[in-house]
Design a protein around this ligand. Structure first.
Ligand code: TXA
Ligand code: MG
Length: 317
């Protein structure tokens, strides 16, 4: 087998997909583009490779992984006792930025779930990811392809910047269309809960699933949703308006510190798409403080606010 460690390959080429399949079958980890963020992928039926994911990411083993599958029909292979409302939302929103927590079937190994009886599943809406998944007779487990606690990668270069040779190759699928991680909804009971806000809003899920959903921000959040989870090196300060941000900009730059404003004029899609790349860029440029103007809540705004609050909490961690 050729050694492509840390190399970025064009994910649209069939030769790249073939090499990725080959590497995965040899227990190597690959960088996988999705519409949300890039993942660090291993085959779902290869526990040794899955254990490597935790090692490379320095991720505690009790933070379970998301299983990515190729199509809705495969759901039955990996999950059981699936409520009707969960079927409805999956059928409607997949492929897409929706992860459902369901009771796991016997095909799911302990390494994926940290021995939980539940499993997180989604179908990514990305041509390259789907083409790879369709070339496998298996699922792919993939957390975001960053070191534990850092912001997620939204382009192939971010993955190599973070993981270097720990990833055998990265399939380049361009810049992630959405830019923040999937919405996670716990569907293991008849009172579903959102464990992480993401690309799909609570109100859309309620409408399609004909259900009422609780937003969880207590202990029942997705394990791994720590307060200081999405942490750039720079300080992140949260402001309610551009005016306030301008005021702080003057104060901080008067101290001789490098400071910049993050504001997208309430263009939520653009904000989500650029958020992580802008935080990474601020670190590359050794910016001391990023002044983030909070977007309004609702829809993608909830996901962006959630990630910004965590990035800000890291200042004090
Ligand atoms: O958009 C995404 O979801 C990306 C792309 C690559 O698909 N993946 C992602 O994975 O964000 P990760 O590992 O960074 O976040 C997965 C989250 C974690 O907070 C984990 O605790 C939660 O999913 N999770 C996984 N399995 C779970 C389970 N059985 N019960 C509750 N939460 C679970
Ligand atoms: Mg992550």
């Amino acid at each position: 087998m050729q050694n492509h460690a840390g190399q970025i390959l064009d994910g649209n080429l069939s030769t790249s997909i073939e090499l990725a399949v080959d590497n995965l079958r040899n227990d190597l980890l690959i960088g996988l583009p999705t519409e949300t963020v890039y993942g660090l992928a291993a085959l779902a039926s290869h526990p040794k490779a899955i254990a490597k994911i935790f090692e490379v990411k320095a991720r505690p083993t009790n933070h379970p992984l998301i299983l990515h599958i190729a199509d809705y029909q495969q759901l039955e292979k990996w999950a059981k006792n699936i409520p009707q409302y969960a079927r409805n939302i999956c059928e409607h929103f997949w492929p897409g930025p929706l992860t459902v927590i369901l009771m796991r079937s016997k095909n799911v190994c302990d390494e994926i779930t940290g021995k939980r009886e539940t499993v997180a599943i989604r179908i990514p809406n990305h041509k390259v990811a789907l083409s790879l998944l369709n070339s496998l007779n298996d699922g792919l487990v993939a957390p975001s392809a960053n070191r534990f606690g850092k912001v997620s990668p939204t382009c192939a270069k971010h993955v190599v910047d973070d993981l270097g040779d720990d990833v055998s190759l990265v399939l380049d699928g361009g810049i992630c269309e959405i830019g923040v991680e999937s919405t996670i909804i716990d569907c293991t009971s008849n009172s579903p809960q959102i464990l992480r806000s993401g690309g799909i809003s609570k109100s859309d899920l309620e409408e399609i699933g004909k259900i009422e959903i609780a937003q969880s921000d207590g202990d029942s959040r997705a394990p791994g949703m720590l307060e200081k989870h999405y942490a750039p090196i720079c300080r992140v300060e949260l402001l309610d308006s551009l005016q306030q941000a301008m005021h702080r900009l003057n104060e901080i730059s008067a101290q001789g510190l490098a400071v910049e404003i993050l504001d997208f004029n309430d263009d939520l899609e653009m904000y989500a798409k650029q958020l992580y790349a802008r935080l990474r860029l601020a670190d590359d440029r050794q910016i001391h403080t990023v002044l983030a103007v909070m977007p309004s809540s609702g829809g993608l705004g909830d996901a962006i606010r959630d990630r910004l609050i965590k990035a800000c909490a890291a200042n004090y961690g």
